[in-house]
Ligand binder design. Structure first.
Ligand SMILES: N[C@@H](CCC(=O)N[C@@H](CS)C(=O)NCC(=O)O)C(=O)O
Length: 97
């Protein structure tokens, strides 16, 4: 199961949208900015943060473009390998996000 820590109207919503579009099952946890308990989960204190129980429970993924790329690879595998222009288009879109 994927757990997404997010905040409505924050940039993390992009990961929310991506999870929906990829049809990946997930649970969403709404974070209150400044919450000390959330700091224990993500010491960077920002959203998005994501836990994928198929990895290690203790691994918390952070940084929106890196999470987005992780999810795309999880869904589609190494689809972009060897296709540098396709990889560029992906990275460009992620940077825009
Ligand atoms: N470089 C980070 C930026 C994350 C970030 O700054 N998130 C903002 C919301 S868009 C946040 O969590 N801010 C916490 C706060 O304002 O207390 C990423 O790409 O994930």
């Amino acid at each position: 199961m994927i757990t997404l820590y997010t905040h409505t109207w924050a940039c993390a919503t992009a990961i929310n949208i991506l999870l929906e579009r990829l049809w990946l099952p997930y649970e969403k946890i709404e974070v209150t900015f400044g919450d000390e308990n959330y700091k224990k989960i993500n010491p960077k204190w920002a959203v998005p943060a994501l836990i994928d129980s198929q990895l290690w429970e203790s691994v918390v993924l952070t940084q929106l473009p890196a999470i987005a790329k992780y999810l795309l690879r999880k869904k589609f595998g190494n689809l972009f390998d060897g296709k540098s222009y396709d990889e560029y288009k992906l990275d460009s879109m992620l940077s825009l996000l």
